[in-house]
Design a binder for this molecule. Sequence first.
Ligand code: MG
Length: 253
Amino acid sequence: MIALKSDREIGIMREAGEIIKEVLAEMEKSLRSGMTTDDLDRMSEEMILKAGGEPAFKGYHGFPKTACISLNEEVVHGIPGEREIKDQDIVSFDVGVRLQGYHADAARTWVVGNADQKIKSFVDSARGALAKALKNYQPGWRIGDLSAAIQSYVEAQGYQVVRNYVGHGIGREMHEDPQVPNFGKPGQGPKIEPGLVVAIEPMVTEGHYDVEVLENGWTVVTKDKKYATHYEDTIAFLENGFMNLTGDLGKEF
Ligand code: MG
């Protein structure tokens, strides 16, 4: 069942999103080779608590940390630890915040240091896919229109979208209906109505989209060990458009 949100609920989620924006900006500024993924995780947790929020991933189905940090061939759900970040690593940072019982969720992927243009454009393809979906959005769309916009953008660049993991509704729960796949057909799926809030999160692979889960039960990696990139924002659809609660994409709407 899809729980449409009131303006009041969206307002609280917007505040949760503001905390995430600050965390993401700080992570991007601080990220450098030699740090461990735990360093980033600890910084983000401190910031969230100081801002009055709660780290929503911590304890979620037993996840032990504040952020999911996934490097290189890792797609999502990487567990922060003692691993040292190296020059040219591709670092995906995904974080959720709960505030007054409501959630916001966002992810960014950065390259450490100076990578070649080919890697940079690959990493940027997940952001580009979300940007395109939001730019094309028209009132009356269904979820499948978002999915198809993301998929066609990614595949036109010669990359693939992950099938096994999808975006999701968000609100009182971190994961609510509807699912928001990064693949699909225009005109299909639930209708996008005012009050729908979803985390849209293109997960893109440089090679084949097949993924598997490591023995730790969490970390999702590409089967062919080629790179992955991930970009996510929490988007609230309104009467005449939408509001990006966790980032700047789509502001031109
Ligand atoms: Mg998410």
